[in-house]
Ligand binder design. Structure first.
Ligand code: ATP
Ligand code: MG
Length: 439
């Protein structure tokens, strides 16, 4: 193996793909802005205890963390998820004391999990996620689900399903855990090693097993809904009613327990039916702020996997972030005019025109190919003769019109050819119109 290859499960996002990423990120930011979420950026590694809390039973904590000891002999972990760091920060920065609760935050960035790489599953992947901490209200659960749903819709994704469940409060969940323990007691020895661990740590997690999914005992397992106390039931009913009011379609999936131990009450996933995989998932957590030694406060959040969103878009034929091309390409047609070509390029850029020029002394034909490949609106031809005459030629690609202008009028001509929106504001009614817009 070539030692200069990237590690397994990682990926370069190449220049021609990053546009898609930026388009997606911009859309996330716009939605976050409208829903009034502010960005939080937490460290990419944290003390291991931030993620490994108590006797956590999740695969993520037990099998997937990149944990290392630094030179100061501290155990650190590359973040496998966003929520723990955000809640740690919420407490550390005493956000619970902010005058306007809940605090609504979003984050975006790489996460690291030691998993077996496959399509849509990497060791470094990216999440966009939100957290609302400091209020417990079913309408907030609805708000966050609606935000996720709206983002996916705005991307153009249509083959989506919301799977919804509740894990109830501590009392309900404890009763349910007991029932599961009883139920699996006689079968657990034939189930996978992970399930045997889960049985001891958190039998709820067994329902999330991908190995024993077809085991007969899974099919007959008791249902959470039969163990919900009245308060938990009421909360879930309110969430469902809120989703109904917004006409967000969902299915109640009482096998949905989610992969992390910290969830209480609402849990949900949004599944891309084209990919047959979860693209966005989250839920409510009642105990985490307290765990980090903050006050008793509830939070709700979700994260989406950005690679999976891109796969889902691809599967639905959605193009993100189309490049609208250069405004101008400045052809440098002789070594002797490089300075002038460069000056024009710089002037155009200073005036906000996106442009490029040639640095390789290539032939006219080769440079013109680039004009086409870069989808330039205008080719600015700079040759020796032009410079002797203190002129250059602008060629408007769509109409094939040519304009000879003096060296220092290139920007002016571009302004004329592509008037900005404000300059479009004309006064034709007053008979003073000078703009070239069709009326
Ligand atoms: P899965 O059941 O697929 O392992 P998960 O329950 O571990 O997912 P979460 O921790 O809820 O996933 O993360 C939220 C989202 O992040 C997932 O729905 C998915 O889109 C994305 N995601 C999680 N792990 C990976 C990974 N290894 N590679 C790419 N995306 C991932
Ligand atoms: Mg996982």
């Amino acid at each position: 193996m070539n030692k200069y290859q990237m590690p397994r499960g990682t990926q370069d996002i190449l220049p021609n793909e990053s546009r898609k990423w930026q388009a997606m990120e911009e859309l996330f930011r716009q939605f976050a802005y409208v829903y009034n979420y502010q960005e939080i950026r937490t460290p990419i590694f944290e003390h291991t205890e931030v993620f490994k809390r108590g006797n956590d039973s999740s695969d993520m904590v037990n099998k997937e963390m990149y944990t290392f000891t630094d030179n100061g002999n501290r155990s650190l972990t590359l973040r496998p998820e966003g929520t723990a760091g955000v809640v740690r920060s919420f407490v550390e920065n005493k956000m619970y004391g902010y005058p306007d609760l809940p605090v609504k935050m979003y984050y975006m960035g790489p996460m690291c999990r030691y998993e077996r790489p496959q399509k849509g599953r990497q060791r470094i992947f990216h999440q966009f996620g939100i957290e609302v901490i400091g209020a417990k209200n079913p309408y907030l659960d609805v708000e966050t689900i609606a935000l996720g749903w709206s983002i996916l819709n705005a991307l153009g994704l249509s083959n989506l399903k919301v799977h919804l469940n509740t894990l109830g409060d501590d009392e309900s969940r404890n009763a349910y855990r007991e029932a599961l323990k009883k139920h699996f007691a006689s079968d657990i020895n034939q189930m996978c090693a992970d399930c045997q661990r889960r049985y001891e740590q958190n039998p709820l997690r067994i329902l999330d097993c991908k190995v024993d999914v077809d085991h007969p005992a899974m099919k007959t397992a008791p249902k959470m809904s039969d163990y919900l106390n009245e308060e938990s039931q009421k909360y879930f009913e309110a969430v469902k009613a809120g989703l109904d009011a917004l006409q967000i379609p969902y299915v109640v999936d009482d096998r949905l327990v989610r992969g992390l131990d910290y969830y209480t009450h609402t849990v949900f996933e949004i599944i891309s039916e084209n990919l047959n995989t979860t693209v966005l998932a989250g839920g409510r957590y009642d105990g985490m702020v307290e765990y980090f030694e903050g006050p008793q406060m509830s939070g709700m959040g979700w994260a989406l996997g950005m690679e999976r969103i891109l796969l889902a878009c691809e599967a639905e034929g959605i193009e993100l972030g189309e490049d609208d091309g250069l405004d101008a390409y400045v052809l440098c047609l002789s070594d002797k005019v490089q300075k002038e070509a460069f000056t024009i390029t710089t002037e155009l850029r200073s005036n906000g025109y996106r442009c490029e020029t040639d640095y390789l002394g290539r032939s006219f034909k080769a440079q013109f190919k680039t004009v086409e490949r870069m989808n330039a609106k205008v080719a600015v031809l700079v040759g020796e003769k032009d410079i002797e005459n203190h002129t250059v030629t602008l060629k408007k690609i769509d109409t094939q019109e040519q304009f000879v202008v003096s060296l220092n009028q290139v920007v002016e001509k571009m302004d004329e050819l592509f008037p900005s929106e404000e300059e479009h504001e004309c006064h034709c009614a007053d008979g003073e119109c000078t703009c070239k817009k069709e009326h």
